[in-house]
Design a protein around this ligand. Structure first.
Ligand code: UDP
Length: 252
């Protein structure tokens, strides 16, 4: 049987939300089942999101995060944690992947998620924020063994693992079965942490694996880009006069 994929997506109302969610939903619909799409909103479950999910043709759960942090730098973190809690609480057995709504994903990516047994990672192509420079973030591999990392931003050099949020996936059973996976025991991994911008991925991953030997690079050689993180900001768009976009989903 094919492995279950559990895709966790934080989302919020803004101008391009309907576009982003529809686009991601259409990719997920093309992925052979079983796949569960866990979409998490902040504070309230919006009707607009509910409708997009209903029409997506994908198996989904629509959750709400009630942590009322208003800190902008927390972008999506508490929502992803709500997804993690749900997976742990219901012991959903599969490969967990954090897929932001605004990234671009190939079908090949979802195929390769199914090859992961414990923890998989791969290079993600992105635009370096503010500089419009295309860069890679993620592992350098020899076959499927990790031999280094692509590092770029000076401010992030101190990270233990140079992985983007959309550049790794792991077996959900790690969350509740540390013995099976010999994961580091000193930490609990129910949560992503908001401590430091740019360090969320590494602080999470440090709790899931000891070191690179417990990771596998994918696909073989890590030489293909399977998803893109473009940092398309929808916050500062200027709208034509008369457009009503408080809900930021559709123009009405
Ligand atoms: N997000 C959210 N609430 C926010 C900001 C972001 O739910 O206040 C979600 C957003 O929909 C996306 C993810 O968190 O799925 C990452 O957000 P964004 O793309 O703004 O962050 P970046 O890609 O710039 O790190």
């Amino acid at each position: 049987p094919r492995k279950e994929l559990i895709v966790v997506t934080p989302t919020y109302n803004r101008a391009l939300q309907a576009y982003f969610l529809n686009r991601l939903g259409q990719v997920l619909r093309l992925v052979p089942p079983p796949l569960l799409w866990i979409v998490v909103e902040m504070n309230v479950e919006s009707m607009e999101t509910a409708e997009i999910l209903r029409n997506s043709g994908v198996m989904y759960r629509h959750l709400v995060c009630t942590n009322n942090s208003t800190d902008l730098k927390d972008r999506g973190v508490h929502q992803r944690n709500t997804g993690l809690e749900h997976i742990e609480h219901h012991k959903l057995d599969g490969i967990v992947y954090f897929a932001d709504d605004d990234n671009i994903y190939s079908l090949e990516l979802f195929e390769s998620l199914r090859e992961i047994s414990r923890f998989g990672t791969w290079p993600v192509a992105m635009l370096e924020s503010s500089k419009n420079k295309a860069i890679l973030e993620g592992p350098v591999c020899n076959g499927s063994n990790l031999i280094g990392w692509h590092t770029n931003e000076k401010s992030k050099r101190l990270r233990r693992f140079h992985v983007d949020m959309s550049g790794f996936a792991f077996n959900s059973t790690i969350l509740w079965d540390p013995k099976r996976w010999h994961r580091p025991t000193s930490n609990r991994i129910r949560q992503l942490d908001t401590a430091k911008e740019g360090f969320q991925e590494t602080t999470f991953i440090e709790q899931v694996v000891e070191d690179e030997s417990q990771m596998k690079g994918t696909p073989f050689g890590c030489s293909r880009i399977m998803n893109w993180h473009l940092h398309l900001e929808a916050r500062d768009l200027v709208y034509p006069k008369g457009w009503l976009l408080q809900k930021n989903l559709d123009v009405i």
